[in-house]
Write a protein that binds this ligand. Structure first.
Ligand code: HEM
Ligand code: HEM
Ligand SMILES: [Fe+2]
Length: 455
């Protein structure tokens, strides 16, 4: 660690890890309900466990983004953070907001707008936290006068994510209007500006782990982010097929969203070639696994499995079924959960008492169990979803009758999700088993010896 203020990242990561663990508890609870009978039906019904599961996901991923940014910006701008005090105030507010929102959901205090269920007071606190965060980062960069492209892409992503949250503050009586704007936040987040955030972290990690030329890496970053963005904006229309808007959105959605996987393919290839060229010389091979893993799993989960149901002719059968859950899990995990774990794996040797630069067998078990588990979960949702689509949508069987026929896939889901959860448990254990340690080493090379120093 070159700058003492980077230590704030540790506390953001710690909060993210706790919430990640809790998210899985509610995921497993939601999955178990598909098998029934449900002893918690009147206490914690499916809608409540699912809302807590997905909201914890969003909160921990955003906490991870913030922590990773507080880690990255001092490194890139070569300066201490503008204010660590502000960073801790922001974290405190954020945790109070997150925890009280979850408690609220237990009592059905929420807007009912999928993924944006946060009540208005909570939404306002989210906006305040984002403003504090962007101010702190902006002032840090201003103070240093060094502003890299990687930071630029990351910050553009973070600031746009905050702006795109604003439509979520408004309430519309008309359902079509409400859902129309809902996608400005949800879709433009995950298939637009969050991709910039992932791209920024990816470029940072690739430059440092592979020693690849900064100029080349950043040029490619522009191209990929540009492609994702252009395709992603009009790609929003793949959510407009059946919501009551004019029919011209159908070809627009099909065409532009089908271009998005091309950009994701570019990103995976960019990561792979950068790593190969470096001869994988960096000692922190665990961070390397997570970095490359994120780029490749995004191509699978978002690119391939997104494409699988993005054309109107297919989506008219699969819309809102377990096929959506199949894609949602693999895409979110690959793009956002894995990139945060990559940043944590990279920072770990510097912020904890772990002596070795590379992780040990626990770190690798965590990686492979998660990967295998998430792959199995994706297949379980996929097989369940295909059965559901044929029975319910093609054959016209009732919803609950169809669910009874596909129960075996939920046994498979719970088995593979348990494997995944062990992997996550090991990652969390690996994170907390060493006490934090913040030793500033300003002689620390920007990249490790053996890797070309050109950062
Ligand atoms: C122990 C592991 C997990 C289990 C058992 C699990 C289970 C579930 C279940 C049963 C649902 C409800 C699906 C439905 O509406 O029918 C769900 C929704 C969801 N989960 Fe998970 N989950 C797990 C981990 C994760 C992870 C790690 C992520 C992301 C990184 C994630 C992201 C989501 C998302 C985005 C949804 C909403 C999908 C939609 O409504 O289309 N889950 N999960
Ligand atoms: C990292 C990138 C991505 C993430 C995290 C992601 C996540 C999600 C999630 C959580 C949903 C469910 C949303 C909801 O119903 O509220 C969803 C829906 C959808 N996604 Fe993605 N996605 C990504 C990229 C893509 C791409 C590149 C495509 C197309 C090639 C795509 C196609 C779709 C489609 C068509 C739906 C609607 C499914 C339905 O009709 O029920 N996604 N995505
Ligand atoms: Fe989308």
């Amino acid at each position: 660690m070159r700058y003492h203020s980077q230590s704030v990242a540790y506390w953001y990561f710690a909060v993210a890890m706790v919430l990640f663990g809790l998210q899985l508890v509610f995921g497993l609870l939601s999955a178990a309900k598909y098998l029934g009978p449900d002893p918690l039906l009147y206490l914690l019904p499916f809608d409540v466990t699912k809302v807590i599961h997905t909201n914890l996901l969003i909160v921990w991923v955003l906490t991870g983004f913030m922590g990773a940014t507080y880690w990255l910006v001092p490194d890139e701008s070569r300066t201490e953070l503008y204010s660590t005090k502000l960073a801790y105030i922001q974290l405190g507010l954020w945790v109070v907001m997150g925890v009280s929102a979850i408690i609220g959901y237990l009592f059905r205090y929420g807007t009912g707008n999928k993924l944006l269920e946060q009540p208005l007071p909570h939404k306002l606190v989210i906006v305040i936290c984002m403003l504090i965060f962007l101010y702190n980062i902006g002032m840090t960069i201003k103070k240093s006068g060094r502003f890299t492209t990687t930071e630029g892409v990351l910050l553009l992503g973070l600031a746009s994510a905050a702006v795109l949250y604003l439509p979520a503050l408004l309430h519309y009586e008309n359902y079509t209007v409400s859902i129309y704007y809902r996608w400005w936040t949800i879709h433009l987040w995950v298939e637009g500006v969050w991709e910039m955030i992932q791209g920024g972290f990816l470029a940072y990690l690739l430059i440092r782990l592979s020693g690849a030329d900064r100029e080349v890496m950043e040029k490619w970053l522009y191209v990929i982010v540009g492609l994702v963005f252009i395709a992603g904006i009009l790609g929003t229309a793949h959510h407009y097929y059946w919501v009551g808007v004019p029919g011209y959105w159908l070809p627009i959605g099909g065409f532009f969203s089908a271009l998005e996987p091309a950009a994701l393919l570019g990103m995976a290839m960019y990561a792979y070639y950068a790593m190969r060229r470096s001869g994988l010389a960096h000692p922190n091979k665990l961070a390397l696994h997570w970095t490359l893993g994120s780029a490749v799993f995004t191509l699978f989960g978002a690119g391939l499995l997104g494409l699988a149901h993005t054309f109107p002719s297919i989506n008219k059968w699969t819309h809102g079924t377990l096929i959506t859950a199949m894609h949602g899990h693999a895409a979110f995990y690959g793009a956002y959960a894995m990139i945060i774990m990559a940043m944590i794996a990279y920072a770990m040797p510097a912020i904890t008492r772990r002596d070795s630069e590379d992780g040990d067998s626990i770190g690798y078990w965590a990686f492979w169990l998660q990967l295998g588990g998430m792959f199995g979960m994706t297949l379980s949702f996929a097989t369940a979803g295909i059965g559901q689509v044929y029975l319910e949508r093609v054959m016209g069987m009732g919803y609950l009758d169809a669910q009874l026929k596909i129960q075996i896939h939920f046994v498979m889901l719970i088995a593979t999700a348990s494997m995944f959860a062990v992997g996550v448990g090991l990652f969390i254990y690996d994170f907390f088993r060493y006490a934090p340690r913040f030793v500033v080493d300003d002689q620390e090379p920007l990249v490790t010896p053996g890797v070309r120093a050109n950062v």
